[in-house]
Design a protein around this ligand. Structure first.
Ligand code: NAP
Length: 251
């Protein structure tokens, strides 16, 4: 049976991405997901509608090779609406300039910026190439408050997330009526990434105690809460009316 809406999602194995995948699949949206590992629980629950691709998004030549194949276009074929959720992201390296190993800088820029931009271009190209009426394409970059506020020790993370915001703003100006895009900050979410933040030394991240307190005081959003707001917005009529958004400000 053809599914009118299909979604491509990165980082579906844990945290926010796993919750986004679960909510899309629960709405009978077929999902093609890309991560380095698999999500066995979701695969068992949705054997017909979840396809998992094992890919390290820091390996840009592997991603380019995969995009040169036909898996993506075959997945999109026949869809009336295609969603791309660029969720996978990494925080490291954390610390001032002299504490940023170049290989980690390259990994962060690859996963957080190059891969999402490559996927966005490939999905749009595949949609434009499909015969007949091009499917409507909706692209979400999972951004961060760190795109909009600078934090000491987070120069790489802040810069990469700001790049996603600016990409969304410029793509919106291209004015393609069949492409909607928004770079969405998901709030502060109780995931492995937050545990990683709480494990960073104060010498590398002086604001860490703020994040310790959010956890201690029960102020973190659950991945399910954040994903519900993000998916609701993604599927709404207002999606992309502004190229940046924050789930904490969405209705
Ligand atoms: P997380 O718990 O660390 O999960 C990260 C996901 O990304 C995993 O599914 C992981 O899958 C995937 N991933 C990481 N590196 C990858 C790589 N090289 N190739 C392919 N997949 C990779 O993170 P999260 O907290 O859910 O964060 C999700 C997104 O929200 C990120 O973009 C993050 O920057 C953003 N965000 C999070 C928060 C927060 O408070 N948690 C706040 C603002 C923004 P594998 O390990 O299986 O590859």
């Amino acid at each position: 049976m053809p599914y009118p809406t299909r979604a491509i999602l990165t980082g579906h194995t844990r945290g926010l991405g796993a919750a986004i995948a679960a909510q899309l699949l629960a709405q009978d949206i077929e999902v093609l997901s890309l991560s380095r590992t698999a999500n066995a629980e979701l695969a068992a629950r949705h054997p017909e509608t979840l396809s998992q691709i094992d890919l390290d998004l820091a390996d840009l030549s592997a991603l380019a090779d995969w995009l040169a194949g036909d898996t993506l276009s075959r997945f999109m074929n026949g869809a009336q609406q295609v969603l791309l959720v660029n969720n996978a992201g990494v925080l490291a390296p954390v610390g001032a300039l002299a504490a940023q190993p170049p290989a980690q800088v390259a990994r962060a820029v690859s996963v957080n910026v190059a891969a999402p931009l490559m996927l966005a271009a490939a999905v749009a190209e595949s949609a434009a190439r499909s015969g007949g009426q091009a499917p409507e394409t909706r692209i979400v970059h999972v951004s961060s408050g760190a795109a909009r506020n600078a934090y000491p020790g987070w120069s790489i993370y802040c810069a990469t997330k700001a790049a996603l915001d600016q990409h969304a703003r410029a793509v919106a100006l291209d004015g393609n009526p069949s492409v909607r895009i928004c770079s969405v900050a998901p709030g502060v979410v109780d995931t492995d990434m937050q545990a990683e933040i709480r494990g960073i030394g104060l010498d590398r991240f002086p604001l860490r105690e703020r994040f310790d307190a959010l956890k201690r005081d029960g102020q973190l959003a659950t991945p399910e809460e954040s994903a519900r707001k993000l998916v609701q917005y993604l599927l709404s009529d207002t999606f992309g009316s502004h190229p940046t958004a924050d789930v904490r400000e969405l209705p």
